[in-house]
Design a protein around this ligand. Sequence first.
Ligand code: PMP
Length: 443
Amino acid sequence: MSINYAASDALYKRASHVIPGGVSSNNRANWQPHPLFYQKAQGAYVWDVDGNKYIDYVLGRGPLITGHSHPRILDAIARQYQAGQFFAGQTELEIVLAEKITNLVPGAEMVRFCNSGSEAVHVALRLARSATGREKIIRFEGHYHGWFDNIAWGFNAPDDTDRDTGALMAMSRGQPVGDAGNILSLCWNDADALERLISSQAQDIAAVVTEPIMFNSFWSNIPPATGYLARVRALCDHYRIPLIFDEIQTGFRTDIGGAQARYGVTPDITTFAKALGGPVCLAAVCGKEPYMRLLAGGPTLHTGTYNAFPPFLAGAITNLDILAENSGAALAKIHLMSESLRAGLQDIATGTTLPMQVRSSPGAVTTTFRATSSVARDYRAARREINQPLLAMWHAALQARGVRITPEGLWYVSTAHGVPDIDYSLEQAAAAVAMLEQARRRL
Ligand code: PMP
């Protein structure tokens, strides 16, 4: 199947002269056949500059849970833009949004707003360190908590290193090596390993930070093992270590109260971004009062010119209203649609000779290709024997058929996706798999 990317191709070449790699986030570089350029979006659909239309399961990598260009949200943003933009002061909007979050999320007694997930994690780590007077953070391989120097360690580990100690790898060149001394990275979903580590170093540990579902790293979308999060909570309680849930992926998608509501495990501090705001750039750190009140004047600092930007707060309030109204009907629909997508993709995976695997959590599905049928419980296992060339061909084949997923095989679902979109996408997925089978036979 041929598709024309000529206009994108020309813009990509032009962009590469003035924008490193032609992209403004390195995550956008890994696109087939090269980063594309887009011109408009509505509901579940986006159009690129060549006029190709796609059913969009990328959704800005998660934020657009209410779809593109939702008229109620655009209206709320526009009205506040007209009323006023920056005050370097407070608006009632931030109270309204904070009250909504504290009503919905079990672990949110107070809220502070910022602009990106990376920033929210930065605040959360600072609160934990300020509260405990300790410095070391326990994190888990394959969990992404943003790109800032003090946490972008230990995402990856060489396969041959010990599972318990995990040799720390920096995510980037240019990170100060000194920061690694404050990070301890473990395989996830292994409470015994966590207990061994905590019990040996408890007096130095400022926080345990985890995604409640290992959602985000390449090829994952791995749920916590039964009872795992509760054991992490119990260990943190026992050793008086703050527990941070990074719910930047799961927040308001897995459950309107976050994954913490779904699993019944309440962290001390939580970070949100993405689906909190919908089409606006907004993040939040929330948590139990004793931690959050550290920011109420005094020596623990959180500042930002752009924090709590009123038009974005207005958009986020409407976004959360849409998700929460009618007893959460919109989110229930998303979960239904993503379950149909998962079931249809699983049927395709079962029927093909390709090593295709399907995983999901409510509201998002992951497709991948691996040369093993075992079910991964942590990042090392998920990464092992991944068939990258097949994954890249799958991404390109779907895109050529008008179905847009992330290059890592992740499909986010929004309120705008309907049954016809899912049906069409599954037809195209079946055709893409048939094409990949043929291509493999020819190799
Ligand atoms: N934590 C998690 C779990 C994320 O998924 C992300 C973004 N993918 C971040 C933190 C960083 O958020 P941002 O890109 O907004 O800085």
